[in-house]
Design a protein around this ligand. Sequence first.
Ligand code: SAM
Length: 477
Amino acid sequence: MKALPQRFIQRMESLLDNQFDAFIHSYTLPAWQGLRVNPLKLSQDRERLQQSLPFSLTPVSWCPTGFTYAGEERPGKHPYHACGLYYLQEPSAMAAAEALDVLPGETILDLCAAPGGKSTQIGGMMQGKGLLVTNEIHPARVKALSENIERLGITNAIVTNETPERLMERFPLFFDHILVDAPCSGEGMFRKLPEAIEDWSEDKVAECGRMQQDILEAAARMLKPGGVLVYSTCTFAPLENEQSIASFLLRHPEFTVESIKHHALYSPGEADWAEPALPALHQTARLWPHRLHGEGHYIARIRKQSQEGIQGIDEIAPVQVAAKKKNKPAKPAAGLAEAIGLWNEFAREALPGLSLASTDPSAYILFGEQLYVLPQGYIDLAGIKVARAGWHLGTVKKGRFEPSHALALGCRPTDAARTANFTSSDSAVLRYLKGESLTHSGQNGWTIVTVDGFALGWGKQVDEQLKNHYPKGLRWL
Ligand SMILES: C[S@@+](CC[C@H](N)C(=O)[O-])C[C@H]1O[C@@H](n2cnc3c(N)ncnc32)[C@H](O)[C@@H]1O
């Protein structure tokens, strides 16, 4: 590992006192590797899970779907990864979405979301019900976010590529819960990513602190009265943690800190590390790499008080009702109507078990040739940069419907008229992932290729050939 920055070591020594030796010793140990199983695809029974995944897994005690795995395992290279059965995530990062405590049917925003670790966790908790807006400011990073939403089979997410300020203008008082997993100086990434050590400076810590205040301002405005905001970072600097929350609370007396479901291995936030030393900061949590099996995180859960008593709230028009009306034309436009017709025809033939085919036409949206179905409680997306407008169903071209990869990964293989199943050890799986067509017998037509019963993508059976429709950009080299 690269040498840690001297100024970082000095600061941590002065803060940690008699815990400093244990903290600094943790940097001589390897980083923890974790995976979080996808409850949209796998049972949550830990014992059954451990049997159905071919890795040696140890449960993460603060996340019911989280496990660590041994360094020599390569779950990212197993076909189950391509099936979206799990997401690779270091264990302490699993704590933030757990603290958000989401229920199916709610309206959730993940404001700083790429590459999607926490969004995919939230999507799993939502069980396909409600609306998840998952946003990333950087265009290059939003692609990975969108692909992970697709791979994990999340059908109720809208992926946006906006600044927090632009979203704030469009969605005041809109969300039940918001996660701000803030851009930070990444001190908790030092063991995992050597670049994080090179990028670190005291100026960066100060700059991140300022950015976090701006992001929190935007998030606060988008939260409904009574709603919950979880703020998290993967850094240890007090300025970006307790101080970020203390400064925010001073400007926003309508927010109070709530105790997160504290785990025995979490440490309380350090009120004395902020100015003023608000006692409520003890209810925030620190996850230290020398006290648990993870890289380190800070988490605060704060709640906006209910409508009464928030000054000026009556002047802010909530977006929900107006947006719904706007999104409900009496009749879909001609192109859209044709696309819905072709989709319904496709779904009846190839996915007879899918109940969605009869959905309200105003929930569909056509971006060029791409047909999507918006999640329940859909919103007006005009003027917003959107990477994924809900569940991508497929492409409509020259009077034909071609199903999308997201459709295969988001539906249950039992919904399909035709599946072609292979065991994970069958060499055909690797050939499929590399883009080859397979020799295979079956009824002609669109077919979901499955691995041990889990959807991997589409193939099209033509006589004795299963033509490959695994997306070019995802193919294994
Ligand atoms: C800690 S990472 C998010 C990790 C993600 N939540 C996950 O679990 O995979 C913070 C994200 O914030 C984004 N970001 C950077 N500057 C931002 C800003 N000014 N406003 C909002 N997001 C920003 C970064 O591009 C980065 O993807």
